[in-house]
Every structure is written in structure tokens, then in C-alpha cells.
Design a binder for this molecule. Structure first.
Ligand code: ZN
Length: 256
């Protein structure tokens, strides 16, 4: 195969590739601020790169990404304050995912993996998948849905965060995402602008209208200063190996 990326294929190439009943990845994410040092497409760019890596390993295809995602929340994405954080309604995201799955299935896809990079998306993705499953009926379609950081083991997290993992909500535009971007997309990271701010000081609840003072001025919810491409490579290797293993288990294992 010339490429595993669907939108880089011609239709005859795609038709040919589908004959092997490959896993088709749907990368999902968001367009939102990621601090002063990262591009605003991080949340779909990372799933795109990870999916390409895993697809090459398991003989899969990467569908075009769902670039827009659910709205940035102050405690996990910095909220709506930053120019460029461009969210869609949860219902819209669910409908887009439902429609894409239905269209893939119409052309013969039976194995689908939704690979997400935006914390706030999860339940709306689940909803879209569930509605699609209801719609496509009994065609033997199987769908997996995952958020990439869930694959990081304690052992890996100890390597990446020797002083302790702050948790995924605070890890917005910080060490985890910055290191992965330095690994997959080194040219897009403004390394001399890595923010070194204190952790966001929000309480354990949300309010509307959102409070600007809950979010650090930089937009990163905790320091990104310890990010390195080497850490990104460690995580990327784990993703490639463990996601491939999960794909094998769910789509090609004896109980699938
Ligand atoms: Zn992000």
C-alpha cells in the first residue's frame, strides 16, 4: 500500500485496501488553544500520527480526522476564553461520528477504531458510536473507542513524570502533549516558549459563565518545562505496541 491514510488514497486504492477487512481508524480531537508554544490542532494531530503508526503496524487505514470537537472546559482545556478555541455542540459531534461510521460501513468497513485526543469528547463519541450501531444493524460491525493517554502505564508515567503525574485534566498543553508533539511534529513546537506556570487552581466543580481566573494566563494548565522529544518517543512506542495488541485482541482474537 502506498499510504495508510484514506484521504491520500485514490478510490481504487481504497477499494482494494478494504478487501482485507482492515481496521479503519477515525482520529478525533479539537481545535483549541494549547498554550503559547503548541499549535491549536494538537488534539487531532496527535491521534492522526498515532493512528498512522498503529495502522502501519496492524495493516489498518486512517480515515480523515474529525478536527472539531466538544467545547473547551476551563478545568481541562482552558475554557472558551482563548481566541481559536472553537468547539461544537456535543450533539453535533455525536452526529458527525454517527454519520462517518454509517458511511464507512456502507462501503464494507466492519472494524472501526475511534482514536480520540480531546478529553471532553468522550461521551459524545460514545453516543455517536451507539447511534451508529443501532442504525447499521446486524452486519457484524465492531467498534473500539479509546483516548490515547489511557494506554500510558504506571511504569511509563513514572518515566515521564519523575515528580508525579498531575492527572490528565491538568495535563493540557503540558508535558504529555508537548513531548508527543516534539516527537511526532518537531517543527510545530515553539520550544523557546515552553510555559513554566503553576498548576491551575480551579475547584472541583464547574460554573457558568466560566471564570477566567481559574485558568493560568498561558493556557497550559500545569508547567510544560520538562517536556522532551525523548519522552514523546517513549510514549509513542508504548502506543504503537499496546494499541496494536488491543486491536489484535478485539478485532482478530479468538473471541472476536
Ligand atoms: Zn490537548
Amino acid at each position: 500500500m502506498r499510504t495508510v491514510v484514506m484521504s491520500e488514497m485514490t478510490w481504487p486504492e481504497y477499494e482494494q485496501a478494504l478487501k482485507d477487512n482492515p481496521v479503519v481508524f477515525i482520529p478525533t480531537g479539537a481545535v483549541e488553544q494549547h498554550g503559547p508554544h503548541l499549535p491549536m490542532g494538537v488534539d487531532y494531530m496527535l491521534p492522526m500520527a498515532i493512528a498512522r503508526d498503529v495502522a502501519e503496524n496492524v495493516g489498518g487505514i486512517v480515515a480523515a480526522p474529525v478536527t472539531y470537537g466538544y467545547k473547551s472546559m476551563p478545568r481541562s482545556g482552558g475554557g472558551p476564553f482563548f481566541p481559536g478555541s472553537t468547539g461544537v455542540d456535543g450533539h453535533t459531534l455525536s452526529m458527525v461520528v454517527r454519520d462517518i461510521i454509517r458511511e464507512l460501513v456502507r462501503h464494507g468497513v466492519r472494524r472501526i477504531c475511534v482514536l480520540d485526543g480531546n478529553y471532553e469528547n468522550l461521551w459524545f463519541l460514545n453516543e455517536g458510536i451507539d447511534l451508529a450501531m443501532r442504525e447499521v444493524g446486524d452486519k457484524g460491525v465492531r467498534v473500539m473507542c479509546l483516548q490515547h493517554w489511557e494506554f500510558l502505564t504506571e511504569e511509563t508515567l513514572n518515566k515521564i513524570f519523575p515528580d508525579g503525574y498531575p492527572g490528565i485534566e491538568l495535563e493540557h498543553a503540558a508535558v504529555l502533549e508537548t513531548s508527543l508533539m516534539q516527537h511526532y511534529y518537531p517543527d510545530t513546537v515553539l520550544n523557546d516558549l515552553l510555559p513554566d506556570n503553576k498548576p491551575a487552581g480551579a475547584p472541583c466543580y464547574d460554573v457558568w459563565p466560566a471564570r477566567r481566573e481559574w485558568v493560568p494566563a498561558e493556557g497550559s494548565l500545569v508547567s510544560a518545562a520538562a517536556a522532551t522529544a525523548e519522552k514523546g518517543a517513549v510514549m509513542a512506542q508504548q502506543y504503537r505496541e499496546d494499541m496494536s495488541a488491543a486491536i489484535e485482541k478485539e478485532f482478530y482474537g479468538s473471541d472476536s
